[in-house]
Write a protein that binds this ligand. Structure first.
Ligand SMILES: Cc1cc2nc3c(=O)[nH]c(=O)nc-3n(C[C@H](O)[C@H](O)[C@H](O)COP(=O)(O)OP(=O)(O)OC[C@H]3O[C@@H](n4cnc5c(N)ncnc54)[C@H](O)[C@@H]3O)c2cc1C
Length: 282
């Protein structure tokens, strides 16, 4: 290497900042069920689904015993945890959670409604609602950017919302005027998901590779589930946690340290296997 050639390592991308550190003005509220229903029936219901597979008893009797406390809760939870860890997911499709989600951007809702299995959505219409004061999301990177850049963003948003008002005032139907709305426009949804879907979605969306706003939403969702059942809430985690390794291509450099990347795990495994093969025969 000549003296004038300097090798510089590519800077490591850092873990995206926890979006929970800034108030984003979005909400996730567990509408149903409440704590009493969850505590009384949800664990017994999953337990009944699990136990039915291995019992001569009829499901209604298993359920009665579980609700009556004749089967201790820790015993029910132990079976449920084992079944979830083994991936027998149908057992946790029997319980559902309904959330009111508000103040999220259309950027977020577009990602959220990509989830298809075990989840239902209803979203505020931009056809039927004529917005008098549409509000928008301000990303932290722009909030903390050079004031001139922030101003550029804000004037663009104001221009779009102003154009919407003028179009509506000029008799253009809301369904057409909405074409000028930016991705930043806030929206509201109702989402119902069964526990299996919720664990799957949380696995993807709590991952540090997920976009910051949807990651924040799933932090709020996890908080809501925790508040009615720490046991069920404990299953909502980035997917690397139950897997034991990270499978995201974008984390091959290992910049997110929650779990080692699978390349590293396989490398260590190959090394170990090689070591075992070269052991001298005694
Ligand atoms: C970090 C990140 C980046 C992303 N980037 C992009 C992007 O750039 N462009 C883009 O278009 N999308 C992107 N997505 C969205 C992604 O591709 C999925 O559409 C979304 O996460 C929904 O997840 P899912 O496919 O697991 O669906 P869900 O509906 O949540 O399904 C759950 C599971 O059910 C099974 N399932 C559901 N439907 C079927 C089916 N029809 N056939 C067989 N099995 C099925 C699958 O096992 C699936 O994993 C991104 C998602 C994440 C988390």
């Amino acid at each position: 290497m000549t003296a004038d050639v300097v090798e510089t390592a590519a800077p490591k991308p850092s873990i995206p900042k926890n979006p929970g550190r800034r108030e984003l003005g979005l909400k996730a509220t567990l509408l149903f069920p409440d704590r009493d229903i969850v505590q009384r029936f949800y664990v017994p219901l999953i337990y009944t689904a699990c136990r039915t597979c291995y019992s001569e008893l009829e499901p209604d009797e298993i359920f009665r015993r579980a609700v009556a406390g004749e089967v201790p809760t820790p015993k029910q939870q132990k079976l449920i945890a084992g079944v979830i860890e083994s991936g027998h997911g149908s057992t946790i499709e029997h319980i559902v959670f309904t959330f009111g989600i508000s103040g999220v951007s259309r950027t977020l809702s577009h990602q959220l409604v990509r989830h298809r299995a075990g989840v239902a959505f209803d979203q505020q219409s931009q056809r039927y609602v004529k917005f008098k004061d549409a509000s928008t999301m301000l990303p932290t990177s722009i909030a903390e950017a050079d004031p001139a850049l922030r101003e550029r963003y804000e004037s663009q948003i104001e221009g779009a919302l102003g154009a919407y008002d003028e179009l509506v005032a000029g008799g253009i139907p809301g369904e057409d005027a909405r074409f000028v709305f930016p991705n930043a426009t806030r929206t509201n949804l109702v989402m119902t998901a069964n526990l299996r879907a919720l664990i799957h979605m949380s696995g993807l969306r709590l991952c540090t590779m997920a976009q910051w706003e949807i990651r924040r939403l799933f932090q709020l969702i996890r908080h809501e589930i925790f508040s009615v059942s720490p046991f069920l809430g404990s299953f909502l985690a980035p997917k690397c946690v139950p897997l034991g390794y990270c499978d995201e291509m974008g984390n091959r450099d290992g910049h997110c340290p929650i779990r080692p990347h699978k390349d590293q795990v396989l490398e260590a495994w190959a090394e170990k296997a090689k070591g075992a093969r070269t052991l001298p025969v005694r």
